[in-house]
Design a protein around this ligand. Sequence first.
Ligand SMILES: *[C@@H]1O[C@H](CO)[C@@H](O)[C@H](O)[C@H]1NC(C)=O
Ligand SMILES: *[C@@H]1O[C@H](CO)[C@@H](O)[C@H](O)[C@H]1NC(C)=O
Ligand SMILES: *[C@@H]1O[C@H](CO)[C@@H](O)[C@H](O)[C@H]1NC(C)=O
Ligand SMILES: *[C@@H]1O[C@H](CO)[C@@H](O)[C@H](O)[C@H]1NC(C)=O
Length: 366
Amino acid sequence: MAQGPTVIQIFALCAISLTAVTLAGAGSIVSQSFPVPRLSVNLDSPPEERWSPAMHHWNLDQMRALFMKTLGQVVPVEALPLVEKIGDVLDDLLPEPYAGEIRGIANTIGIGVGQMAVINMLYEFTAACTSIVAQDANGTIWHGRNLDYNFTDAMRNISAIIDFKSQGKTVYTTTSFVGQVGVFTGMKPYKFTISLNERDKGKAIENIVEMLQALLLGQVKFTTFVLRDALANDNSFDEVVQRFTSEQEVAPAYLIVAGVDPGEGVVITKARVTTVNVWRLDLSGNRWFLLETNYDHWVPPPKDDDRRDPGNKAMNSVGQKNIDNNTMWNVLSTQPVLNDQTIYTTLMSAAKPEIYSTRLRTLPGL
Ligand SMILES: *[C@@H]1O[C@H](CO)[C@@H](O)[C@H](O)[C@H]1NC(C)=O
Ligand SMILES: *[C@@H]1O[C@H](CO)[C@@H](O)[C@H](O)[C@H]1NC(C)=O
Ligand SMILES: *[C@@H]1O[C@H](CO)[C@@H](O)[C@H](O)[C@H]1NC(C)=O
Ligand SMILES: *[C@@H]1O[C@H](CO)[C@@H](O)[C@H](O)[C@H]1NC(C)=O
């Protein structure tokens, strides 16, 4: 059984490098991968009810135990009243449909509404670690990501592809942890794909008590909700870029967006309130792909966590002519881009929604 994270571990996401480097040194370790379940959430149902059918894919007693254990480890006793309070005033804190969905999920699992909100807050600070957007020789845009997390065994079990449907049709698709109403990775078919990478490793909000207080003061906007808002409301690459560059989020982040037309690929570097940098594909300048880990692209990555240079090297050796979902899988399977904290790899292309895939990753001996 997985160990739950401590506060330190939660915020140490992606600070993983020593093990990763060792693995890279070992060279050709073969990794395994497994598909995740693909489930539906019906947007035509009320927020309180729409997650329940998907949740029942899991053993809810085990899930409750996992969440309670996690909460026990991250929430100090003196913060418990704050957690209760959040449950009581959730509708004032979070916009719809998020408050209703969290309430419904909490009721389905049988834990407190405030507790479920805190689980969502923890998810908020766990998004990592490598995202790539690339344009092939035909102008097709491809988007891949590895999500790394220092709490892998427990999270691995509760990842799924979720098709959000209305009138029986998929409006958007995400890869999510169960109980998470925000989004790290998603696609609006024939429109755009998005992913979120963490920046500054959660230094922005140092501890859970501060986070809870910020939430109660209405100062916090979940970045993962901004991604879901984009999937729900936007219909083009440009609209998403506009949203991501103008909204204020809870934590510094990298927002990666890919569209359907040539040139539509961008990495947006956000500070908490402002947009720091917008980095686009530039085919005339021979920049046919962008690869973002968890460091600003204009400064060198730290020596002890350099997944960028090996990733760039792998992309360049594939080459623009040969890039597609299969070769991007190979790049995302290169160590240490793939490392012992990688939970899943997602491959997507908004122009080819049928290729959307998420596979769980494991390296042997872990
Ligand atoms: C690009 O188009 C050509 C001609 O239609 C096709 O043979 C080739 O497979 C395409 N390449 C990719 C990467 O889709
Ligand atoms: C998570 O990170 C902490 C500190 O960064 C480390 O001590 C621990 O071994 C890591 N856990 C896993 C499962 O890798
Ligand atoms: C995770 O999956 C393993 C095997 O796949 C299972 O033994 C374990 O009980 C699961 N844990 C949870 C919390 O569902
Ligand atoms: C890439 O997409 C094709 C369908 O076009 C699929 O057959 C193949 O399995 C996909 N590859 C990966 C690694 O997901």
